[in-house]
Design a protein around this ligand. Structure first.
Ligand code: DUC
Ligand code: ZN
Ligand code: ZN
Length: 476
């Protein structure tokens, strides 16, 4: 029997097991896992390397519309390239519905942006910002049938947020059709009231962003989102949980038996509120929503990761450059005074999510490599309808691998990354363990510093329905 590719002598790690074996690939799929496989057109020697499922990056903002004058720094080409170089083989950015726009039209626009441009496979979550009767009754059910089986709602930001009643409508569609709703949980009224108050007091520096988006703002909305989910009796996933107080709401809900999923992000595990105090306007580089918290908060999130409160860790890559007239510091180009309220919120991080997490979890021994795989690949594939095609190494799965050198030491420098942004908030951070090779459906797309893939190799992935425990029970 001959193979297109054999990955030899590596240590395979999935979300459940770690073992030595070779992997045989044919037609882009894993067709054999055994000792001493022979006879292939291409052989990769993975001696000394871990062979992991490719990362699944299921929270990133690519090519989204400008926020005022500030433009997204990544296209599908640059965003997917950066993801590939960071060991990811699948990403799921958002198709963002503008207020007044048809949801299906928004999907068409994002298809056109991604088609032919992505280095890695991709799907889309939808952002529902206009929950009209037509969207609720016709467009959302249609979109779910077309493979868009998860969507995000915002409880803040006036141009995208929907109110609690509309969130209930969206949750009801999700329950009936088998989709998963992701919630951005921060209280809009509190943010704008606090923002106005701080402005009146002349408190306009970047650090005030964290004061306007304080713990209580996130905690209250998280509890409310959980309540809405409980009322409709359908699961939700709280995205980018930053505050330990919000995390405690999730843990409380889970202890009550509610089906609440949660995500946290590297910015809440590695960045901190004190970063806003950097000299000049540099604190703006760290403004994202919700914001990084004080250092003591980090330890509580790490503990919650260990205790399975969180299902997934994603980058929430939201790339706005720092310099230039379309960057976070655009005011400078207009001779204006900077103000934290006018800084586009978002940090880049799609390429370093996996190395940061690998370093802390595996190299520093906080958790085992199987848990690393679960949090960064397998769980997302399961939650978002991609498993077992993605998120594991098994017979019949796509041959998507990230080969990790656990001994490789790297200092993160933006000049060595591959996104379209002009900075990394993790500049200077040292990590041990690096994804030295990325394989997409049997083809190497990143090899030790060299990009060997090309834009357009990534395929669109229609996704399966979310399988709720409720539905499983009903089917029994
Ligand atoms: N948070 C960000 O920081 N940016 C984009 C959207 C979001 O929820
Ligand atoms: Zn969000
Ligand atoms: Zn986001």
């Amino acid at each position: 029997m001959s193979y297109d590719l054999i990955v030899k002598n590596g240590t395979i790690a999935t979300a459940s097991d770690t073992y030595r074996a070779d992997i045989g690939v044919r037609g882009g799929k894993v067709v054999a896992i055994a000792e001493n496989l022979e006879d292939a057109r291409e052989t990769i020697d993975a001696t000394g390397l871990f062979v992991l499922p490719g990362g699944v990056e299921a929270h990133c903002h690519i090519n989204e519309p400008p926020i005022g004058k500030v433009e997204s720094a990544d296209t599908f080409e640059t965003g997917s390239r950066s993801a590939a170089c960071g060991g990811n083989t699948t990403f799921v950015p958002f198709a963002n519905q503008a207020r007044g726009q048809s949801l299906l039209e928004a999907i068409e626009i994002y298809h056109a942006l991604a088609n032919g441009n992505s280095y890695i496979d991709y799907g889309f979550h939808l952002i529902v910002s206009d929950a009209t009767p037509d969207v609720i009754n016709r467009e959302l059910p249609q979109a779910i049938k077309d493979g868009f089986t998860s969507f995000k709602v915002f409880m803040c930001y006036s141009d995208v947020m929907i109110d609690d009643r509309q969130i209930l409508d969206v949750l009801q569609v999700a329950r009936e059709q088998g989709a998963l709703v992701m919630v951005h949980a921060e209280n809009d009224h509190c943010i704008s009231w606090l923002g106005n108050r701080l402005t009146e007091l002349g408190e306009t520096e970047p650090k005030n962003y964290a004061r306007a988006h304080g713990h209580v703002v996130e905690r209250e909305a998280t509890h409310r989102a959980i309540s809405l989910s409980e009322i409709v009796d359908t699961p939700i996933l709280i995205v980018h949980v930053s505050s330990a107080e919000a995390m405690e709401q999730v843990r409380w809900a889970q202890s009550k038996g509610l089906n609440i999923h949660a995500e946290t992000c590297p910015q809440y595990l590695f960045l901190k509120e004190e970063d806003f105090d950097r000299p000049g306007w540099e604190g703006a580089k760290f403004i994202c929503s919700p914001p990084p918290r004080e250092e003591s908060n980090q330890g509580k999130l790490w503990q919650a990761l260990k205790n399975n409160v969180f299902d997934v860790v994603h980058s929430d890559h939201c790339p706005y450059s720092y310099e230039g007239p379309a960057g976070k510091k655009y005011h400078e180009h207009e001779g204006g005074h900077p103000h934290f309220c006018h800084v586009a919120p978002g940090v880049p991080g799609i390429e370093v999510r996996l190395p940061l997490m690998f370093n802390e979890m595996v190299s520093n021994g906080r958790m085992d490599i199987n848990k690393f795989v679960a949090l960064t690949s397998t769980n997302a594939a399961k939650l978002y309808g991609l498993y077992p095609q993605k998120g594991t190494i098994a017979i019949g799965s796509d041959a998507d691998f990230a080969l990790w050198d656990p001994a490789r030491e790297v200092e993160i420098r933006h000049e060595n990354l591959h996104d379209g942004c002009d900075y990394s908030p993790y500049e200077g951070t040292r990590v041990r363990g690096w994804p030295v090779r990325t394989v997409l459906r049997g083809r190497t797309i990143w090899n030790d510093g060299e990009i060997t893939g090309s834009p357009g190799e990534g395929n669109f992935l229609p996704r399966k329905l979310y399988q709720t425990p409720l539905k499983t029970k009903a089917a029994e």
